[in-house]
Design a protein around this ligand. Sequence first.
Ligand code: SF4
Length: 412
Amino acid sequence: MNACELEIDLQCLGLRVDPSCTLEADARSFSRTRAGLGSGLELVIPGDRKAIWVNAPVVEPFAKNSPWLLRKDDAGYRLVHTTLGESHPVRIPPEPRWYRARTKAGTEMSRVGVLQGTYLGIYIEETCAFWKNDLQCHFCTSGLNVGTAEEARKTVEDVVETARAAKEESGVTFVHFNSGFQGEKDIDGIGPFVKALKEQVGVLVGVQMTPSKHLWKYQWLKDLGVDHLSFCYEFHNPEYFAKYLPGKQKTFGQETFYAAMEHTARLWGPGRVSGEIIAGIEPLPDTMAAIDHIVSVGAFPTVCIFRPLHGAKMQDVPAPNPDAMRGVFRHVAEACRAAGLPVGMAPNVEVSLVVQPDDALELLDAWDPRTWLYRAKLHAMKAAAGTLLRKAMAPHPVAAPAVPVKPEDTAA
Ligand code: SF4
């Protein structure tokens, strides 16, 4: 298996931990924050082209039957396939010191945000309103995490201090904000956080929220300097969308997600906006159609392998088959290659929760002229994007207001 194939295997099967491992001393603690996907063990698989970060399921029951066993010896950590005998060295990233540091207000920083790979993930706002009405997405556990494993409300000051520590001590370049459904409160309330990070810390910022029908607000987010947007519409098949996402079905419907994704993909340009879906639940042709649709509008596909999280309504649904998932990610890579999408442009943004399109390029035939042409193009685009990204990662004043102002209101 190459590094990406192993990443997919681990996401689907999880791993067991041999008693030789000393994870309490060596690893990041398991933290179930946000929607809960980061509840596993963070590890890094060395690869020929790039190292791949994975959050491997460990605590969920299905991981107890995994053929993958993590062992430690004098040479370090190694993953061993107990049936095939195949083994791979892996690196276990240590827990950053700032996790246990406190902000001036006394908040432990790991309760503000956590590393999920190499980026800092922060859930903004209170518990998702869908959870309060038993309309939560069936795969999600955010209602069990926000306010328990993490602070119920994050302040701008706490976020700035945590992001600064993460940048200085862990080299973080990207902060990703998400939020459950809050009406329009989430999008309207994100401004002060983005503005403060841009002005006081200097990092790339991503925003993942339920879609707004007020499309003019996205121009405001762009003016604030938001670098990336993602829209989690999860399922392409309308029946699966309605069945497993009752809150999203009742409040938005798929069309609102499509409209916001298409609008913002045009506004931000290719490769800056993502459509996020879950693979392993709906029929594979629907997943493939979702990937094609996302790429056709200039967005890139962020595909999560379904993980049956303890406490989610779908906790007893089996995790998907790795062979089927390899086909899905090969399709991701082929679709991005065919569209010439810029993927993997931002420096040091490795996401452990999903197989990134950049990771999935490992699944393509490296000798196919289309693959090496695409890789050469990506290399050139990354070099060209470097100056712009360096500018975006330096603290700078932001002229846009911290709250949204409708264009005609300004004119008036
Ligand atoms: S919108 Fe769905 S996935 Fe997001 S926090 Fe709410 S219930 Fe969870």
